[in-house]
Design a protein around this ligand. Structure first.
Ligand SMILES: *[C@@H]1O[C@H](CO)[C@@H](O)[C@H](O)[C@H]1NC(C)=O
Ligand SMILES: *[C@@H]1O[C@H](CO)[C@@H](O)[C@H](O)[C@H]1NC(C)=O
Ligand SMILES: *[C@@H]1O[C@H](CO)[C@@H](O)[C@H](O)[C@H]1NC(C)=O
Ligand SMILES: [Zn+2]
Length: 304
């Protein structure tokens, strides 16, 4: 009976167009399945460890194992295939770019990067911090070194490691993003593509010293099939782009020709998951400072 009902329901959804899309597309009158219906496209989207989430910073726990990462190949320039895939802009990455450390079980190699954004530089990140939505979010998608494809990695509950970064609006433009921003104008339509010359991952992310503060939790892909195989790392320090650069992403188009805006999934329930944060070193240093000042306050001799 249940099976019959769900078969019937799935058929109706198919008649209405089972292609998944963002809420902004539903609001614009698109004939597609918005986030509320993603579970009919892929059952996992109704799972209990979904992404993105709202990170409530006072509920995060410091974890001393969340040490700084080691990046390999991030300084190397590559020719990046960049495409409008109908949902976002994606750049294929060389597998020689690797990330390790930060309590990742093994090194992870890069597969692709893509972004999530709002409308004309307005709010558009997927994760939110204490309820704040940033204008854009970068996802560098990595898989465990031993796997040959994203599909293979998704079968492992920690097979995928996404490095996420928030953007913030700045007065001046970020020259290191010129290659990507300039390419947007040639990939307005889905399936169109071009090749970026001379970009490196280091050009696109904050400096190493600004990547020691981050959040960690277990979650999922933020688009169907919403597979729960992702170890998430969300960095606290932001990447700066001018309003004009942020707004440039809104010139891309969805398959129906409407502006590609609001490309983010609503935040999902935590369902008991714990979010951890790096930086217990900072806590340790401040504890030592406190002890030092207490000792000097009560007039004990300090060890040299
Ligand atoms: C929605 O799209 C499906 C196929 O993609 C089509 O069969 C259906 O007629 C469309 N519905 C409307 C209301 O346009
Ligand atoms: C890239 O664009 C060309 C046309 O410019 C097209 O023939 C090709 O299929 C596209 N490749 C991909 C992978 O989308
Ligand atoms: C993620 O899940 C694994 C396996 O269940 C667990 O060992 C690990 O502690 C979890 N990590 C976080 C950040 O919750
Ligand atoms: Zn993403």
């Amino acid at each position: 009976m249940n099976l019959l009902i769900s078969f019937f329901f799935a058929t109706i959804v198919n008649i209405q167009g089972a292609d998944w899309c963002y809420q902004s597309q539903v609001t614009c009158g698109g004939n597609c399945t918005g986030p509320d219906g993603w579970a009919t496209v892929a059952g996992t989207c109704d799972g209990r460890a979904q992404s993105p989430i709202n990170i409530v910073t006072r509920r995060t726990l410091p974890d001393g194992r969340l040490t700084p990462f080691t990046f390999t190949g991030y300084q190397e320039a590559f020719h990046g295939f960049i495409t409008n895939n109908g949902h976002t802009v994606q750049v294929d990455l060389p597998a020689t770019a690797k990330v390790q450390g930060g309590d990742l079980a093994v090194p992870y190699k890069a597969v692709q990067l893509h972004l999530h954004w709002g409308k004309d530089g307005g709010p558009g990140s997927e994760h939110t911090i204490d309820g704040e939505r940033y204008p854009m979010e970068l996802h560098i998608v990595n898989i465990k070194e031993e796997y040959n494809s994203l599909a293979e990695a998704l079968k492992d509950t920690a097979g995928v490691g996404v490095l996420g970064f928030f953007y913030e609006e700045s007065r001046s433009s970020n020259k290191k993003y010129d290659a990507i921003v300039n390419a947007l104008n040639t990939i307005k339509h889905p399936s169109s593509n071009t090749t970026l010359s001379e970009v490196s991952l280091d050009m696109l992310i904050p400096s190493r010293s600004k990547m020691t503060s981050y959040f960690r939790y277990n979650g999922s892909l933020t688009t169907p099939a919403c597979v729960e195989s992702v170890v998430w790392t969300m960095f606290e320090n932001t990447i700066s782009l001018s309003r004009q650069q942020l707004a440039a992403f809104s010139q891309l188009q969805f398959a129906d020709g409407k502006p590609m805006v609001g490309t983010y999934r609503p935040v999902q329930l935590l369902n008991g998951r714990q979010v951890y944060r790096s930086g217990s070193q900072v806590v340790l240093v401040s504890t030592l400072l406190l002890i030092t000042s207490v000792i000097s306050a009560i007039g004990l001799p300090l060890p040299n």
